[in-house]
Design a protein around this ligand. Structure first.
Ligand code: SAH
Length: 468
């Protein structure tokens, strides 16, 4: 984004325009919609401008603009349609501290004027940074058709009712009230009895909303999958769409957070790998607090929430606070990793079980059933295993594992920047350290990427350290 859209407060402020021809007219038509004080400098103004001045809608000075003419101006339009004259007036306005726009000169302008859909106080501004004005106009046309003309009236009356609506608790209850109003009740009142009928309708609607018992808060523990938004379940998408609050781990990709409802409060809780940076008790409290306020909370966890996600601790907190919850499973990192190397976790005749292990637990490197894991044909996905790799390698060798047993490390599994490092138990370190992986990674014991495995079969060499 090279231009950031904002809505500038111009009520009672001074806006100056230099020019009196077509370019000036088209900008003035927009500016006259505002409550700003307009001053136009034009030696030879179009008749419309003269009329507007006569009606007191702007101040017209029939001369060239000179230094000192833009004092205290908030915005300035150079619209003389003469590049040299525009540069001259723009320099004056710039020196006076006004935001300057030179018509048809994107490069030298401090701001651009968007295409505007006006349902005052609802205003839609469409900009393409000068890239596609035709597209902006066609979007404007679509929106003009879509947004009923009464929208402005409804919003204006609605605004006068905001204080009264504060009687409803903040959050979902208030939002439901307003969406009922804009979603039908307001328009129905307007068409039934005109503007006079809208306020009474708002009062009735408010009474109805105040008398219904508040919606209970609810928590969805949602698996966000490994990072690709296409690997989200539909249930996860819907929960995000409905959420008032999303409390998420740092591993969650921005593309997925984008899917949360615009107004949802996003809270980051926790860092990658070794335990959350926000203490678990604080996360539990946060979830409880929001749910007790009636919010639909999504507790978004990477992969599957039931796999190394401290789900139990959070569920216990919900149980003791009496808060309802749902678990929405997700695709765990190991599933994405194994798919990424074209393999299957289980295989008839090779292994009838697969383990998900952590390389790290609360006490440090995690002890496992190494004797079992060292056997031929064993398959395991090791989470949080990067730092523990040398320890894991040592334990497996100590328990007699074949040093040539494949180990494949998949970094950023299921994401566009995924990397695969294929190695063996004996080479695991230093291969892993040398690869310098910085993203989250899964170590897969007993599996080589299918492509490398096939290549090894045909040319009959052991699979080694091939960074794919
Ligand atoms: N609940 C998550 C796991 C959380 S523990 C899940 O089901 O996937 C965090 C560990 O998961 C990381 O240290 C890493 O080992 C693994 N991990 C998470 N996302 C990953 C990804 N996209 N690629 C590889 N490993 C990942």
């Amino acid at each position: 984004m090279k231009h950031f859209p904002i809505f500038l407060a111009v009520e009672g402020r001074r806006i100056v325009l230099a020019g009196g021809g077509d370019a000036a007219l088209s900008k003035l038509r927009l500016l006259l919609k505002t409550e700003a004080r307009l001053t136009v400098f034009a030696a030879d103004p179009a008749p419309e401008i003269v009329d507007w001045a006569a009606d007191g809608r702007l101040t017209l000075l029939r001369r060239k603009m000179e230094p000192g003419d833009t004092l205290c101006a908030k915005m300035f339009y150079a619209a003389s349609e003469d590049a040299e004259e525009d540069a001259r007036t723009a320099a004056i306005a710039h020196a006076d501290g006004a935001l300057v726009n030179i018509v048809d000169n994107l490069e030298d302008s401090a701001f651009i004027t968007p295409a505007i859909v006006d349902r005052d106080p609802v205003t839609v501004a469409i900009g393409t940074e000068g890239a596609a004005p035709v597209l902006a106009r066609s979007i404007k046309r679509d929106l003009e058709e879509r947004l009923p003309p009464a929208l402005g009236t409804l919003a204006r009356i609605g605004k006068t009712f905001r204080k009264a609506a504060d009687a409803l608790p903040f959050g979902r209850a208030r939002r439901d009230f307003w969406s009922d109003y804009y979603g039908g009740a307001g328009a129905a009142a307007l068409s039934r009895g005109g503007e006079a009928a809208v306020r009474p309708a708002l009062s009735n609607l408010l009474a109805a909303h105040l008398s219904t018992s508040p919606r209970e808060g609810h928590v969805h523990f949602v698996g966000a999958g490994p990072g690709d938004p296409e690997l989200l379940t539909l249930k996860a998408r819907n929960a995000l769409h409905e959420a008032d609050v999303v409390i998420h781990d740092r591993l969650i990709s921005p593309e997925i957070l984008e899917l949360a409802r615009r107004e949802a409060i996003l809270v980051e809780a926790g860092k990658e790998g070794f335990g959350p940076s926000m203490p678990q008790e604080r996360i539990n409290e946060l979830i409880v607090e929001h749910a007790q306020n009636g919010a639909q909370v999504v507790r978004l966890k990477s992969g599957d929430p039931t796999v190394f996600g401290r789900l139990d601790e959070e569920i216990e907190a919900m149980d003791s606070a009496g808060i309802g919850y749902t678990i929405v499973p997700g695709i765990t990192a190991a599933s994405a990793a194994v798919a990424g190397i074209g393999q299957s976790f289980t295989r008839r005749g090779r292994n009838g079980s697969v383990r998900f292990l952590t390389g790290h637990d609360m006490k440090g490197f995690a002890e496992q059933d190494w004797a079992q894991l060292a056997r031929p044909g064993e398959v395991a996905a090791i989470y949080m295993g990067k730092r523990a790799a040398r320890f894991i390698q040592g334990r497996l060798m100590m328990h007699g594992a074949d040093p040539a047993t494949p180990v494949t490390i998949v970094e950023n599994a299921g994401r566009p920047d995924a990397r695969v490092l294929a190695t063996t138990i004996s080479q695991l370190e230093p291969a892993l350290s040398e690869a310098g992986l910085t993203g989250p990674a899964i170590l897969m014991l007993g599996l080589a990427p299918r492509a490398a495995e096939n290549a090894a079969k045909t040319i009959d060499i052991p699979v080694q350290e091939a960074a794919l």
